[in-house]
Design a protein around this ligand. Structure first.
Ligand code: ME8
Length: 515
């Protein structure tokens, strides 16, 4: 048997100085959707997420709270695991950068870069933002109200002078530009690629990659006065999870290079510039793609603790339902663009897309089957042109459309295409009017109800990655066995077996009613 195709997708590893909010849930759900899609489509998938636990920001947060950094990271890392459980995330591994094996990987990649002549000792004098954990040059900064310097993300910067190791990033400019040129889809969306090109073409300066003023980090090999810059440590997670430096190991061989690292646009530079340069310096192939998605606001405003408008995943899941929130996140904004979370938009999607469209199609066809077909899958007669058109549109053609869109991380477009088919199916049922056929042509009524049940089956199979629980409920209502739920069953005729007794239909997508 030929080996199954592999697929490796990652989220950023999140800083544990804060509780997870809508933004973290968003990236993780997007990766989850992709991982589930690929598994159902026959790929051997690795889906990695985890927490970034070193660095000055974490160290200072722990100090402020009067606890040790280790206590802080243990407590907050658990919050991210809880978020994963809440959001029904199917990650294969949860990595923490405080794990011993990860630290060894980070030291191994450092040593490789050092041996390759890309790391040297010097002194860093310049600006640093603890909140962004990033170095900035003077010309990137703006002046804040009280004279302080602010990063492009509005974070305060401080002047720093200390002995530091440097990575010879300047030497990698041409090779990075060649990487972007040779791999047109390396950075997506395209608009973001131009941003990165501009940055690299503007000239790269060597990067300070170690600190001596605190020790909450991975020790630099052979110089334990220094801890590594948190980003070297953090980025390495993507390969330490595969057992690096054991590049001959099964996991590394199977899953590297990663198919896609997904993240927010805030950390694109680290992933699209620094990470491939580190990897190439260490003699490791760069990932295949970096996808930077957009930024969520809440009711039109930046989410912030001081405004008190931070959207907490548990609260919206409780209020609207888990799959409803997952669907909303994937459908409401183009993956790659910024977007806004509002109660009205959420309720709009819940009621119009889910309750009135998909929910209604399933509910009215299944109720008719319950009442008029003795609660059994109806037996179809000859298919008409209309029947075949709808069956084809909801079957293999839709699967292929979704493959194309999901391969480019265009989740919203994939969903749009499913909803076009649902609209078509709702019009079909209105035109065919099985409630009238009941009195005039029972055989034709059976065929129409069969066709609609088949559309519901195909669509439910395809919606599993986005709404796993609700799709499972629909597939249960159609008595589709668990083994028949992967994408190889899409469009297969007679997967719905005539005469199979069905359970009493139940609504799967309730309308949201204001209290
Ligand atoms: O940057 N909208 O961690 P982090 C959309 N540890 N996405 C958002 C968001 C918002 N308003 N807010 C956060 C770090 N995110 C590093 C990463 S990776 C090797 C190291 C999401 O906790 C988005 O994915 O600050 C963003 O890139 C990430 O959270 C930043 O998480």
């Amino acid at each position: 048997m030929s080996e199954r195709k592999s697929y490796y997708v990652t989220t950023p590893i999140y800083y544990v100085n804060d509780k997870p909010h809508l933004g973290h849930a968003y990236t993780t759900v997007a990766c989850d959707v992709l991982a589930r899609f690929k598994r159902l489509d026959g790929f051997d998938v690795k889906f990695l997420t985890g927490t970034d636990e070193h660095g000055l920001k974490i160290y200072q947060t722990a100090e402020k709270q009067g606890i040790t950094a280790q206590e802080l990271v243990d407590k907050f890392s658990a919050n991210f695991r809880e978020m994963n459980e809440l959001m029904n995330i199917s990650n294969d591994q949860f990595i923490r950068t405080t794990e011993e094996s990860h630290k060894q990987s980070a030291q191994a990649i450092w040593q490789k870069m050092f041996d390759n002549g890309d790391i040297y000792l010097d002194k860093y004098t310049g600006w640093y933002s603890v909140r962004d954990e990033a170095y900035y040059s003077e010309d990137e900064l703006t002046d804040g109200d009280n004279g302080e310097k602010l990063s492009p993300f509005g974070s305060p910067c401080e002047w720093t002078e200390e002995e530091s190791y440097f990575f010879r990033l300047s030497a990698w400019e041409d090779r990075l530009l060649k990487l972007y040129e040779d791999n047109d889809d390396f950075i997506l969306p395209k608009s973001r690629k131009n941003e990165v090109l501009g940055f690299v073409k503007g000239g790269l300066r060597d990067l300070s990659i170690s600190r001596t003023t605190f020790d909450w980090g991975v020790k630099v090999p052979n110089d334990d006065k220094h801890v590594m810059y948190v980003w070297i440590d953090a980025l390495t997670n993507y390969i330490s999870a595969l057992g690096y430096p054991d590049t001959d190991g099964e996991q590394f061989k199977k899953f590297w290079p990663a198919n896609v690292h997904i993240m927010g646009k805030d950390i694109l530079r680290f992933h699209a510039v620094y990470w491939p340069a580190f990897l190439m310096s260490a003699g490791i192939e760069p990932p295949k793609r970096i996808f930077a998605h957009g930024w969520w606001t809440a009711e039109g405003q930046k989410m912030s603790k001081s405004i008190g408008n931070v959207i907490v995943p548990a609260e919206i899941v409780e209020k609207y339902g888990l799959d409803q929130v997952r669907y909303f996140m994937m459908r409401e904004i183009s993956f790659g663009s910024d977007g806004n979370f509002s109660h009205d938009a959420m309720v709009g999607r819940m009621n119009s897309d889910l309750a009135n469209n998909l929910g209604n199609l399933a509910q009215r066809s299944l109720s008719m089957i319950a009442k008029n077909c003795d609660g059994r899958v109806p037996k179809a007669g000859e298919f008409t042109t209309e029947d075949n058109a709808l069956l084809e549109a909801s079957g293999l053609r839709l699967l292929q459309n979704l493959r194309d869109e999901f391969d480019g991380q265009m989740f919203h477009r994939g969903l749009e295409k499913i909803w076009l088919v649902l609209n078509q199916a709702n019009s079909y049922i209105d035109e065919q009017a099985p409630w009238t056929l009941k009195k005039t042509d029972i055989d034709r009524m059976n065929t129409v109800l069969y066709v609609v049940a088949e559309v519901v089956r195909n669509v439910s199979l395809l919606l599993q990655p986005v709404m796993p629980e609700s799709s499972a409920k629909l597939l249960d209502l159609l008595e589709i066995s668990y083994n028949n739920r992967n994408f190889s069953f899409i469009g297969i005729e007679h997967a719905l077996v005539p005469e199979t007794p069905l359970p009493a239909p139940k609504g799967v997508f309730p309308r949201f009613v204001e209290e």
